[in-house]
Design a binder for this molecule. Structure first.
Ligand code: GDP
Ligand code: GDP
Length: 455
């Protein structure tokens, strides 16, 4: 029930202010060392140092939420992915390709002190062909004397170069104003929110966990409806596969099938592929090799799917190779390593023998159902009222923050907005999430809770 001092009539305005609904995506691309990561840090206002001294340090996260002038958007950081055997031009091109596929606007960063290189020119061609709005960032313009360097970048034909010092913050505000103009209000391709057509599955996992084996197994045993979709420029990227009487679309399977990028050190390209597939999918099936220890790379892939807000199933593959001892240690590892996704349905499969393949579809359906669950406002508030009564927030500084009212602002994944009389501590928010899950399920889906404080 609504509390004193709270006007439920105002809810629409509050939700709009909180920027709910799918957010537009901004990708930051450019050659290594031009300052992409420094710029991303600026944009998201991150305090922790993410720029590393060591080149090629891979970071765990790809997408961040940012806010400028009251508008929220996602920033896709391509700076942290490793350079690899593909070479400089290919890896920068892959970034651009990813940005083109997954972003609504692009910030193209050039080092103004170096000027436009051949690699920069090549990226410009790719970006222009794609027709996505591009904001040109002339970086490392640390003072007025370097403004002339920035002006040289008019030659790229991308319009006005915005002179910026990502390091010191100079010019970033003006550049972000231009970014907001370039960004649509909502993502053009609201992949996660599109209704209709076959449900989209991303089959992801680090190299050699068995993705292509699993895909072949499920596609081989069932009728393959369409192997190549028309309308894609290059490869057949998506495959329609019938499972359990339903047609599913496995997205971005070209990278799985081709297996050309699996040589040592190709993590960079693999990360891009994975991120692009996750963006397009509704549900991610994360494949983990049960015969090996759960790795940092597995974790990174899971984080990508959680950050993207996708429904999720975890499949432990190569179950046929496990002995008693490994099974024991695997369970321990799952407890310690996979704490962030205890809510994801789990299946233990073998792509080699076909073990438990039939459990995959029900798990996917469960996850999608959780992802789409909507709790009526009345029921949610009855539940919140009980929590507030039985487990009030601890008193802080003589005050007791109270949840006044809550509403589910969206689904796919479920997003909640709680209106409170004061700041709710992280521990209390985690408690609310845990209780929400106990009460309403939400199996297989991340849930998002934001708190608006009413003065
Ligand atoms: P990335 O590889 O494109 O992500 O580049 P980084 O953000 O890691 O930056 C590469 C180097 O350039 C780092 O040593 C940064 O401190 C430096 N750098 C980034 N932005 C600026 C800037 O605006 N001015 C100056 N002088 N240095 C910068
Ligand atoms: P991808 O790189 O993730 O596509 O992995 P692959 O499908 O190419 O599989 C990597 C290796 O693991 C291959 O040698 C497969 O034969 C093997 N493999 C895949 N699934 C299983 C499984 O369930 N059991 C066993 N024993 N081997 C498997």
């Amino acid at each position: 029930a609504a509390q004193e001092g709270f006007d439920p009539e105002d809810i629409e305005g509050e939700l709009a202010a909180a920027g709910h609904g799918p957010l537009p995506r901004l990708a930051v691309v450019g050659r290594p060392n031009v300052g992409k990561s420094t710029l991303v840090n600026r944009i998201i206002g991150r305090r922790e140092a993410v720029v590393q001294d060591k080149p090629g340090v891979t970071r765990d996260r790809v997408t961040y939420e940012a806010e400028w002038a009251g508008r929220r958007f996602k920033v896709v950081d391509t700076g942290g992915w490793e350079q690899d055997v593909l070479g400089l031009d290919a890896s920068v091109a892959a970034q651009a390709e990813f940005a083109i596929e997954a972003a609504d606007a692009v910030v193209f960063v050039v080092d103004a002190t170096v000027g436009a290189t051949d690699t920069d020119e090549a990226v410009v061609k790719l970006l222009r062909r794609a027709g996505k709005p591009v904001v040109l960032c002339a970086n490392k313009v640390d003072g007025p004397s370097a403004e002339a360097d920035a002006a040289m970048l008019w030659s790229l034909g991308l319009g006005e170069p915005h002179p910026v010092s990502a390091l010191h913050g100079r010019g970033t505000g003006d550049m972000l104003d231009a970014v907001l103009e370039a960004l649509p209000e909502a993502p053009a391709q609201t992949f996660g929110a599109t209704v209709g057509g076959p449900r989209r599955i991303a089959l992801i996992g680090r190299p050699n966990v068995g993705k292509s084996s699993l895909l072949n197994k499920v596609a081989g045993e069932e009728r393959v409806v369409v192997n190549e979709l028309a309308g894609t420029t290059r490869d057949p990227v998506d495959e329609l596969i019938e499972l359990g009487g339903v047609t599913w679309k496995f997205v971005d399977t070209a990278g799985i099938r081709r297996r050309v990028h699996l040589q040592e050190g190709a993590d960079y390209y693999a990360s891009l592929r994975t991120a692009a597939a996750v963006e397009k999918a509704e549900v991610a099936v994360i494949l983990i090799d049960a015969s090996e220890s759960i790795s940092v790379q597995d974790q990174r892939i899971i984080t990508m799917a959680v950050d993207a807000g996708r429904a999720m199933v975890v499949a432990f593959n190569k179950w046929d190779t496990l002995d008693e001892e490994r099974r024991y240690y695997l369970e321990r590892e799952i407890e310690t390593e996979l704490g962030q996704i205890t809510w994801a349905p789990r299946v233990n499969v073998s792509a080699a023998t076909g073990r438990h393949m039939e459990k995959l579809v029900p798990a996917i359906e469960t996850a999608l159902a959780g992802w789409e669950t909507r709790i009526p406002t009345g029921r949610l508030n009855a539940f919140l009222g009980e929590i507030v009564a039985s487990h009030p927030h601890p008193i802080r500084g003589g005050k007791q923050p109270r949840i006044l009212f809550g509403t589910q602002a969206g689904t796919r994944p479920p997003r909640f907005v709680l209106f409170a009389s004061g700041f709710l501590e992280a521990g209390y928010r985690r408690f609310i999430e845990r209780r929400l899950r106990e009460e309403f399920g939400f199996e297989g889906t991340p849930i998002h809770i934001s708190v608006r404080v009413r003065e």
